[in-house]
Design a protein around this ligand. Structure first.
Ligand SMILES: Cc1ncc(COP(=O)(O)O)c(C=O)c1O
Length: 404
């Protein structure tokens, strides 16, 4: 089958790795992604040529570091169609959600509307501070997004959802949720940790109030993430952390904090991480996010069609429309004597195919469905149709061997 993004494979040194002398098939990008050479070179370049903090130094190298860091912010802003002043560098998506959950001043009787398919990172920060009100779930694990209007109440303070769940792999109708929230004057936070790698993002068109993502899933370094927020929303959040870099003036009687985004970037940031992320999103934009989405959807279709032919398989959110599915599919496959973790391990040990096994930080969804775990296959720009054929044929071989 033709694969228009196969040429990108040569950019990823990690894809040349072998296990037990055999080449790997990497189908675990929803956990974290390999890095293209341009990102590796960028991060190496920072270490080779720079030793300076940002927004603090006076010398030439410090100016260069600040310029490179702020240039990365501009690249991320372009990637999201935001203004650079709306981009806060965080450690990861989790930290972005925590900044908002902390900053809204939630009280125990306040309500947060979300879906039961949320990642722990978009569930626990809210649960700690307010009452969780999830929309319903279909019997196969597809959130009933249309219920959002019904569950918003006078106590609701924010509504939030994964743009693409890391377990269902389905593009959520976020526009509908934004409309529902805004009709009641409520803010919306979109968790784009998964969607950022697979579909175009445009915060202006989405009109979301907050959006978070993680660099490490987006071909960038670990320990760097992004919180996007509308300026007026960010300005109203209470402080999350305090320290150097976020303060403009500090005397014994008072202190004055910086404007956003610096206001939320206390302490020395992950400078090389941010600069590496800037390179990653620039590279993705050069490939074209529409093209990446088409590729991802075509891998998703191939996966679902192939998995459906395996007897006894339960695909999560199987009833969801195929056109809203990306190259990320999770399933429960009963193979006597094997937990879902053990199945994932077997795919690695016997076939060098790397996938995820377990709960994927979505315990609530798994509890609701009564599954003691699932296996997740997830793709990225470099994944080929041949690789999907390989995992499908391995799964057929395993069920033929152990399910007779
Ligand atoms: C949908 C979703 N949200 C949030 C997160 C948390 O990302 P991080 O651990 O990088 O903060 C993940 C990570 O898997 C995710 O898939």
């Amino acid at each position: 089958m033709a694969d228009s993004l196969e040429f990108t494979r040569k950019e990823f040194p990690f894809l040349r790795r072998e296990i037990d002398g055999r080449p790997i098939v990497y189908l675990d990008s929803a956990s974290t992604s390999p890095k293209p050479q341009c990102v590796i070179d960028t991060v190496n370049g920072v270490y080779q040529h720079t030793a300076a903090n940002v927004h603090r130094g006076i010398h030439t190298v410090a100016d260069e570091a600040t310029e490179a860091y702020e240039n990365a912010r501009r690249e991320v802003a372009k990637f999201l169609n935001a203004s650079p002043s709306e981009i806060i560098f965080t450690r990861n998506a989790t930290e972005g959600i925590n900044i908002v959950a902390n900053g809204l001043g939630l009280m125990p009787d306040d309500e947060v509307v979300l879906t039961p398919a949320e990642h722990h990172s978009n569930y626990l920060p809210w649960r700690l501070r307010a009452r969780i009100v999830p929309v319903g779930l279909s019997t196969d694990g597809f959130p009933i997004y249309a219920d959002v209007q019904k569950v918003i109440s006078l106590h609701t303070k924010i509504i939030t959802l994964a743009h693409i769940s890391n377990t269902t792999g389905i593009i959520a109708p976020v526009e509908h949720w934004v409309e529902a929230a805004h009709s009641r004057g409520l803010p919306v936070l979109i968790d784009a940790a998964q969607s950022a790698s697979h579909i175009p993002l445009d915060v202006r068109a989405l009109d979301c109030d907050f959006l978070v993502l993680s660099g490490h899933k987006l071909l960038g370094p670990s320990g760097i993430g992004v919180l996007y927020g509308k300026r007026e929303r960010l300005a109203k959040l209470s402080l999350y952390q305090t320290g150097g870099g976020m303060v403009r003036y500090h005397s014994e009687d008072r202190f004055e904090v910086q404007d956003v985004p610096q206001r939320f970037e206390a302490g020395t940031p992950n400078i090389e991480g941010a600069i590496g992320l800037g390179t990653a999103v620039k590279w993705l934009r050069s490939l074209g996010m529409e093209r990446i989405m088409a590729h991802s959807k075509s891998l998703g279709r191939q996966l679902v069609h192939g998995l459906e032919t395996i007897p006894g398989i339960h695909i999560i959110a199987a009833s969801a429309p195929l056109e809203s599915r990306i190259g990320l599919v999770t399933f429960n496959l009963k193979v006597p004597g094997f937990s879902q973790d053990a199945l994932a391990r077997l795919l690695c040990d016997r076939y060098q195919i790397l996938v995820s096994g377990g709960f994927h930080c979505a315990h609530i969804l798994h509890h609701r469905l009564g599954f003691e775990g699932t296996v997740r296959i997830s793709t990225h720009v470099f994944t080929t149709h041949e690789e999907i054929d390989k995992v499908l044929s391995a799964l057929h071989e395993l069920t033929d061997t152990y399910c007779r």
